[in-house]
Design a protein around this ligand. Structure first.
Ligand code: ADP
Ligand code: MG
Length: 274
């Protein structure tokens, strides 16, 4: 069973792209087969994985979506790139913005990405989707294709304002399109233990949301090594293997793997008791 995780928050700059890449690298370290999807027309993930000019690419997720929309044959393998840390990825660029408009008049318009991913998902244990910071049809496509959602929230004043609309669309997608969609949890990002404000904000997030949504035990500290790694075209797991941000992300990977084991066990029990 492939776990497809949408990394989503309608705010930009909260750590979606970083979380997608770093969790992906961490899962590969644990022996998992991983595909990362850049699903933001800004193409930040594509750049951060070392592609110099994302806008020059023709084989991107937009190409796959477009072919699917036109019911044209799809050559997946030319679009899946290999990163030297072991994860595969599908790049993205500005062309994805035009797909949003094309989706409007399409039959089953929320399920186009799901149909694209159904062609490759058997090859992977995990597919992570780096979502764009807007709640539109593209984001709904990501939530419809996903089995789970991880929400990065920056440890910053007012960070939970606006989360409501993301949680509402998750609820709506769950009700109407993807009954089994599960919120895997919130990752608190860019904490700074030297400041009281950061601690207060983290506590506020845990107190306000912790009762209704799982919040990963470790939060991700701010570290200059994270920004440096994306300049180097790889994850912080590679550039700073013993660093604090790497350790925190690795602990989240372990939680994700534990949750997976738990749900497999539950499934076994369900069938055994039948
Ligand atoms: N833990 C961290 N420490 C320091 N900088 C970070 C950290 N996480 C992300 N950043 C930086 O913050 C910026 C925004 O992060 P990014 O992952 O691109 O967010 P989003 O995808 O939500 O827009 C990037 O420049 C990134 O390098
Ligand atoms: Mg991003």
């Amino acid at each position: 069973m492939t776990k497809i995780i949408a990394i989503s928050n309608q705010k930009g700059g909260v750590g979606k792209t970083t979380t997608t890449i770093t969790l992906g690298a961490g899962l590969v370290q644990q022996g998992k087969k991983v595909l990362l999807i850049d699903f933001d027309p800004q193409g930040n993930m594509t750049s951060a994985l070392g592609v110099k000019e994302p806008d020059e690419l023709t084989n991107t997720i937009s190409y796959l979506m477009d072919q699917e929309l036109k019911s044209q044959p799809i050559l997946m393998k030319d679009t899946i790139l290999k990163h030297n840390e072991g994860m595969d990825f599908i790049p993205c660029n500005i062309n994805l913005a035009s797909i949003d408009a094309k989706l409007v008049n399409t039959f089953s318009r929320e399920k186009v990405l799901k149909r694209v991913l159904s062609r490759v998902k058997n090859k992977y244990d995990y597919i992570l989707i780096d979502c764009l910071p807007t709640i539109n049809l593209l984001n709904i496509n990501a939530l419809t294709a996903a089995t789970d959602v991880i929400i990065p929230v920056q440890a910053e004043h007012l960070s939970i304002m606006g989360l409501r609309s993301l949680l509402d669309s998750v609820k709506r997608v769950k009700r109407e399109l993807n009954r089994k969609l599960n919120i895997e949890g919130i990752v608190i990002t860019m904490t700074d233990n030297r400041t009281n404000l950061s601690k207060i904000v983290e506590k506020t997030i845990r107190d306000n949301l912790g009762n209704s949504i799982h919040i990963f035990a470790e939060s991700i500290p701010r570290s200059v090594r994270v920004a440096e790694s994306s300049l180097a075209g790889c994850s912080v797991v590679q550039t700073d293997p013993h660093g604090k941000a790497t350790k925190a992300y690795q602990s989240i990977v372990m939680e994700v793997l534990m949750n997976e084991e738990k749900s497999i066990r539950k499934l076994h029990e369900k069938y055994r008791d039948r």
